[in-house]
Design a protein around this ligand. Structure first.
Ligand code: IMP
Length: 224
């Protein structure tokens, strides 16, 4: 099965290709030039992942995979959440978003509560109107200041649990992948796709359950 990748972000494309590239019977295709980006108007990660995958599926006539990620910070009532990309404004840079996050967290006080989590929903939209999706989450804390030069986005200020205090930006791609929200979501999705491709007749009834910190699904269940 050919599967078109919605993301044009090279960091994300590399992480995703590493995981989905190992699914037998799946050929990943890059997003074709000239296909317009869809506006992310959804109110949840699931809605936005679906919007992106569906529009690319319609434009190409092929199965398409998209993902949507949010950083949820406890002391900020879950912000920036679904608005993580444009937290500091429509044309905000990664550095602008990180700076705003640290400022808001300092202003919130919050008794020093710096707990946060990243979540990703990865969704495949098929031309027959059906879909498969999975969610991956990683819990951690927001660092006092940015550290490291790997990765992208909020990586310099996110310290995942169990990483001995290192931020995602202080890890190699492989280390980050092994425990990240996106790694977990795409590994769960890869399992579902591998299962469906190996046994196309089995359909939804035989779908595996996601692992700890992951969730797999195929319906319209709201995530948050
Ligand atoms: P998107 O939905 O994947 O485009 O992610 C929305 C925003 O979340 C991005 O613009 C980044 O700022 C941030 N983000 C997504 N994935 C990551 C990650 O793996 N590390 C750090 N920040 C991320």
């Amino acid at each position: 099965m050919d599967l078109v990748l919605a993301t044009a972000n090279p960091h994300k494309a590399e992480e995703i290709a590493e995981i989905l590239g190992s699914v037998a019977g799946l050929t990943l295709r890059p997003r074709p030039d000239g296909v317009a980006e869809v506006e992310e108007t959804g109110t949840s990660l699931l809605e936005n992942a679906r919007l992106k995958a569906r529009s690319l599926c319609r434009a190409t006539g092929l199965p398409a995979v998209a993902d949507d990620t949010g950083l949820m910070v406890d002391a900020l009532d879950g912000a920036p959440g679904v608005f993580s990309a444009r937290y500091a404004g429509e044309s905000a840079t990664y550095a602008d978003n990180v700076a705003k996050l640290l400022t808001e967290l300092a202003a919130a006080g919050g008794g020093g509560d710096r707990r946060a989590r990243f979540s990703t929903v990865a969704l495949v939209a098929l031309p027959d109107g059906t879909e498969q999706w999975a969610e991956g989450t990683v819990a951690g804390a927001i660092a006092a200041e940015p550290r490291g030069d790997q990765g992208f986005g909020y990586d310099p200020v996110f310290v995942p649990d169990g990483a001995h205090g290192r931020t995602f930006a202080e890890m190699s791609i492989e280390e980050k992948d092994a425990c990240s929200h996106r790694g977990r979501a795409f590994r769960a999705l890869a399992e579902v796709l591998a299962h469906d491709l190996a046994d196309p007749g089995a359909g939804a009834a035989a779908r595996p359950v996601g692992r700890a910190g992951e969730q797999a699904g195929a319906g319209d269940e709201p995530l948050r």
